[in-house]
Design a protein around this ligand. Structure first.
Ligand code: ADP
Ligand code: ASP
Ligand code: MG
Length: 410
């Protein structure tokens, strides 16, 4: 007998038929004697619909009230899925995040889970219930409803699995595992049987939305056995996130390609080259709670230099405004220019550690297609480049081919 947490995403509970199909899968696991906790997202499209409603009233909706609105999507699905489970003959009980008590900090719309009171869930499981928990939401210490950021139901699933000491956390979605890249962009992408935790962390943080990054962080911290599977297939082992590199297997140099369309680039030109400048530029931006990603400072020639960095596209105009109004004059920079039509493409693989020439192969491949590289950033197991957004899909496709990711691994 095992304790399994199964998380179902929006498409997997997108209709009454899909919810009944979830219930039938759970019934199969119950028949084998397992204890099952089900974590669900809102029905597909619902969170976007709620967000649009809010934005029709306030351009930037009040964060506390926005979370009150956004969390309702998942409240609908827990009740319906519990009913579907009863319909197939199981005992079921639903809980919102606050009812479980998934305690979070108070950072509305991007709250972090602090603790989970899992005793009631355990008791229900012992009494043969299937427990259905709303993903993506929690409650802060003052009783305010919070949400965990887009894709946050993954994190609820893994965090619950950690709190319960579950044997496995299964993430059911609309693809049958983690692929070498998004199969919607590259049809030749292949499913990976396993991916290391470190690689998955990079892939998620670099834009592969198949798992929310915080869910991968949780899995790493609490060593949760994590698997991504399709809710549309009855068979299939999906992709297992592993914590050890398989020494016996010939390690692929590159495991996957991630990309992110939401990157916007800003350059402060003609910055005096003296101590404290980087701080004077980035300080006000981060004080405004804007996340900065890749940062590049050029070597100075005539005592001045250019300073470039990227931010999320949604925060581009806010960042530009800060730099133009508060920073430029103050530090005596010549100009502030920006481009919000850029994208980031990254190749990821632990095999990079033991191979040279990956960067040069990546750059050559892009050059052969006439794709200009605007920024570069590297770590031990990834290389990212910022390019014009209009070349994004082409870049992903040619890199996928150049690194033989469409070939079966031996
Ligand atoms: P859910 O609603 O189930 O949480 P998501 O839409 O959040 O599903 O995540 C699944 C989607 O992630 C897939 O449909 C796929 O388009 C996308 N995706 C991006 N990168 C990858 C990848 N490397 N492997 C698999 N899917 C990926
Ligand atoms: N419903 C939320 C979203 O659309 C959370 C999730 O699906 O994981 O982002
Ligand atoms: Mg998701």
């Amino acid at each position: 007998m095992a304790l399994i947490v199964q998380k179902y995403g929006g498409t997997s509970v997108g209709s009454v038929e899909r919810m009944l199909s979830v219930a039938r899968r759970v019934a199969k696991y119950k028949a084998q004697g397992h204890q099952i906790v089900v974590v669900v997202s809102a029905m597909s499209g619902e969170t976007n619909r709620l967000l649009a409603l809010a934005k029709n009233i306030q351009d930037s909706p009040d964060p506390r009230e926005l979370d009150v609105v956004l969390s309702t999507g998942e409240q609908v699905t827990i009740g319906l899925v519990a009913m579907a489970l009863m319909q197939v003959g199981l005992k079921a009980k639903s809980y919102t995040g606050a009812q479980v008590k998934i305690l979070t900090d108070n950072a509305f719309t991007k709250a972090r889970i602090l603790s989970i009171e899992e005793q009631n869930v355990r008791l229900d499981l012992a009494n043969d219930y299937v427990v259905v928990v709303a993903g993506f939401q929690g409650v802060d210490e003052n009783g305010n409803i919070t949400t965990l950021g887009r894709g946050g139901s993954d994190t609820t699933g893994v965090a619950l699995a950690a709190a319960l000491g579950a044997d496995e956390c299964q993430i059911y979605t609309d693809v049958d595992g983690v692929y070498t890249t998004d199969p919607r962009i590259v049809p030749e992408a292949r499913r990976l049987k396993t991916i290391t935790f470190e690689e998955m962390l990079e892939m998620a943080s670099l834009g592969s939305k198949v798992l929310q990054i915080r869910s991968v962080e949780f899995a790493g911290k609490y060593k949760v056995r994590l698997r991504v599977l399709s809710s549309f297939q009855d068979e299939g082992e999906g992709t297992l996130i592993t914590f050890e590199e398989d020494k016996d297997m010939e390690q692929a140099i590159i495991s996957g390609i991630a990309f992110n369309r939401d990157e916007a680039k800003i350059t402060v030109r003609g910055v005096p080259d003296r101590p404290g400048i980087a701080y004077q530029i980035i300080g006000p931006v981060s004080d405004a709670n804007i996340d900065v990603d890749i940062i590049i400072q050029n070597v100075s020639t005539d005592g001045t230099t250019d300073f470039s960095f990227t931010v999320h596209r949604n925060e581009f105009s806010k960042a530009m405004e800060i730099l133009k109004n508060k920073v430029q004059k103050h530090i005596g920079a010549a100009d502030v220019v920006g481009d919000d039509k850029t994208a980031k493409v990254s190749v990821v693989g632990v095999g990079m550690r033991s191979h040279v020439g990956i960067a040069s192969k990546m750059f050559r491949t892009l050059a052969e297609e006439g794709i200009n590289i605007q920024m570069i950033s590297t770590s031990e197991i990834k290389i990212s480049v910022v390019i014009d957004e209009k070349y994004l899909e082409l870049a992903v496709r040619v890199l996928h081919k150049a690194f033989d990711l469409d070939q079966e691994r031996i």
